[in-house]
Ligand binder design. Sequence first.
Ligand code: PLP
Length: 491
Amino acid sequence: MQLELERHTAVPIYRQIVNQVRGQIQDGTLRDGARLPPVRRLAAECGLTRLTVHSAYAELQAEGLVESHVGRGTFVTAGAPTVPSVDRHAQPAPWISQGVLANLLRWSERGDLLSFAQAFPAPETYPTEELGRALQSVLMEGGALGYGHIQGEPDLRDELATLLLQRGMSVAPDHMLVTSGAQQGIDIALRALTEPGDVILVEEPVYPGVLELAALRGQRVVGIPNDGGTLRLDALEAACSAHDPRLLYLVPTYNNPTGISLSRECREAVLRLAHAHTFVVLEDDTYGLLGLEPSAPAALHSLDRNERVVYITSFSKMLAPALRLGVLVAPVPLLPALAAAKQSSDLVCSALLQRALAHYLREGHLSTHLSRVRGIYLKRRDAMLQALQRHVPQCTWTIPEGGLSLWLDLPPGVIEQDFTADALRHGVGLAPGAAFLPRPRPQGAMRLSFGVHSPERIEAGMAALGRVLASHLQRPAMMESLSSGAAGPLV
Ligand SMILES: Cc1ncc(COP(=O)(O)O)c(C=O)c1O
């Protein structure tokens, strides 16, 4: 049984053992009836006290995943529940100590690196001239240098009401709150709608920013597997019964990291569960207007008949991150608490930038811009898919329907941390899968973003990854041949 235990995190060692063994049972690595190592042996191998291992085994037994028989040992229960994610004692995610987001941003500054780690939009598409003219014009009009409105500039909210029609949403400007990007939308939703210590449900894999925020607030995060666009509704239902959660965070359209959307049936089922269990769905639609296929799903919000959805989106990916502008749409009863959370954070968003964006939208530039960037991202996505097929056919990956990234699973046995470090040594940056998961899992994975690189650079990067992977795939084979005695003597 393979365990990777980290001593310098907030998660106690016994809980790490519980989480990893549970994960291995649920993903089939440990099968029905498999025997766990004896307490004494595992403790000695991992340098732990027997009490630590004993506590972990007792916890797994309490969860019905293993059975201990005196004198015989501990075995995986036949027919152990395979519904994942019901971690009854979920801990704050240890993301803070890893500083995953900070690392990703730091990597982007290394000029010598070919980085696929950040889901950045293509800088050459930033609308410098149009925004320049818009800024000039609103400055001349006057009034753009004051604090402005807490809910956001009325002109911008009017434009947003029109824009959101494209997402199937009919929303009054009064039901909106302009935010400093989607990240602030998530932050204020967590602060206004949940308490520290509450359980937050997230899809798994998930955008890491929400894990960082939840960890900072001491909140417990429970992951609901999202297998290639199919949210495990059984796991969601089980988590609702076990935790009575306040909030579920989802990127249902062009998910980050997978680029896949939830089906209509799945969206409706999520809304039914939200209504039945009275939790809020925080819909993050940051990529909603960055579809790469002709048919685009409407926002989850547009299907909500029971005021369960709080919706956020952002101009960071579709236009330019430096605007730091996004919007949150919420049912009226929730707005005062959300506006108070926003105000206590930064009072207001820049009136100057809001008015400039309103001007840009009013002039009708966004639709031209979006058709241009979608064409560019489609070429880059296809270049990446073809290059993956050529250079790393041993892996599996998602085929993004929109957004800027895909999710790639490494072949079994390739260790994610080693692979990521080696890729970096070979000049290629990638976002390690662990950054997107609220709990560890044995299967190595990564997110690859294609937004900023030309097809030629994508080809070069994937070719380099192919060479790194080939060297990793040789490792177990080499070990096997050495241990079987097939190799010659080491002289
Ligand atoms: C799904 C998702 N939500 C939120 C954000 C944060 O974006 P913003 O720049 O709008 O704060 C990102 C950024 O990558 C994202 O991918």
